[in-house]
Write a protein of this length. Sequence first.
Length: 201
Amino acid sequence: MQQRALKTKGKILATAVRLFARDGFQGTRIDDLASTAKVNRQRIYAYFGNKEKLFEAAMLEVFAKANAEDDKLLALSEKELPELTAILLQHYLEVHRRHPALHRMVGWANLQLKKPSVWMQDIKEKSFVHLRQLYRVGQTRGIFSERVSFDVYIFTLLAVTYFHSANRITAAQTISRELFTEEGGKSLVEQMTVMLQNTAN
């Protein structure tokens, strides 16, 4: 593919991420994408096939960039086990902060996709394999409860950090504005660590 074509394709994809994250799959029209990206709508079909495939490409773009941050987790070792929960909470909160389209695309995907994309199945596998091994060692040392599986543990971390990012406006009104301040974020990490590790003590 020529440089100009690559640039056009990249511009379409960047526009798709912005509009899909804002308006969702159903709320985004190909004509809007074309006019915003300043390209002929036929270019969109030529590069991506159809709207569904473009949405998947946009999702992959967002997920891949956010997931690349997880490579940092591969450097974690057994010496970090006592702080593992806090480290992971801080990491996932930071991922959402650095990639604001992530929680929006996750939300739209769950609301509007009829079936999950195949590529999503293993996208976090590399970091999860490593974290699963560390978690198991932590269980044998009494840091984590034997009654709580790694799947439930990591789901809880991802759920809390997703909710904190995706529901900032409503949760600040219905729960506490303090949770969304800098100090509140630190307190959230500290108290979640107690919740998830104290059961073993």
